[in-house]
Ligand binder design. Structure first.
Ligand code: DX5
Ligand code: ZN
Length: 224
């Protein structure tokens, strides 16, 4: 089933537990946590202690997106803190095969992320190792950016590779998702749709999640 995955980057961190309850009420079952180190991307966010506090506050699946230069060094701490799934950037991992296996060995579901400039062909040899592939539809580092339409083509190609190889990893998209472009990404083959501003920067985030779920389910129903 297609999932709407709220990104807490756009939430009010002083009231985080309540923000999380709100999106859960709207029907979210996963929560996206953006980890930035000021090196891989020009911004800073949260570390393992925050993930650990969130873990105590919710039973939602915690989807941790590592935008850091040394994921091998830090992924275990995020898993220990309660991350259920951890994604790493292809661009940050010289030994990607090893990194993905390590995440699974440490007890989380591994995912791999592609920046807008990185082609899906580079993933061919690791697709069998991952539970999900995250396609960035903005350059990572900030919420509230505009969706890059070329991501649609990448999703279609990845969806094609998935069936050609007989694999069943999920396809996730992240960046600039709105009620306007949501149906298009689902029709292109996305399973998990990350959304920050278009959920938390609305007067009623629970209603925003519910509306997006409805749009996504409608689009999935007409997908082949
Ligand atoms: C961007 C982050 C995204 C961000 C998306 O680097 O990876 O998860 O929170 O925010 P919106 O939905 O506002 O583009
Ligand atoms: Zn993200």
């Amino acid at each position: 089933m297609v999932q709407i995955v709220p990104s807490i980057l756009a939430a009010d961190f002083a009231r985080l537990a309540r923000e999380i309850e709100t999106v859960e009420r709207g029907g979210a079952s996963m929560l996206h946590i953006d980890v930035m180190d000021g090196h891989f991307v020009p911004n800073l966010t949260v570390g393992p202690p925050v993930v650990s506090s969130i873990r105590k506050a919710t039973r939602l699946t915690l989807d941790v997106h590592l935008m850091i230069t040394d994921p091998d060094k830090y992924a275990p701490a995020f898993i220990e803190a309660g991350a259920n799934q951890v994604s790493v950037h292809q661009e940050a991992c010289p030994n990607l095969d090893r990194t993905l296996r390590m995440i699974r060995d440490e007890g989380a579901r591994p995912g791999v992320v592609l920046n807008p400039a990185t082609p899906v062909t580079l993933l061919e040899d690791v697709l069998a190792l991952v539970d999900y592939v995250l396609i960035m539809s903005v350059n990572p580092g900030f919420g509230g950016q505009r969706f890059i339409p070329r991501a649609l083509d990448k999703i279609r190609r990845l969806d094609g590779l998935r069936s050609d190889l007989g694999l069943d990893f999920a396809i996730e998209i992240d960046g600039g998702i709105t009620t306007e472009n949501l149906a298009g990404v689902v029709r292109a083959g996305c399973d998990w749709i990350v959304a920050g501003s278009s959920i938390f920067h609305t007067p009623d985030p629970a209603a925003a999640v519910a509306e997006m779920r409805q749009i996504a389910q409608g689009a999935a129903a007409v997908r082949v």
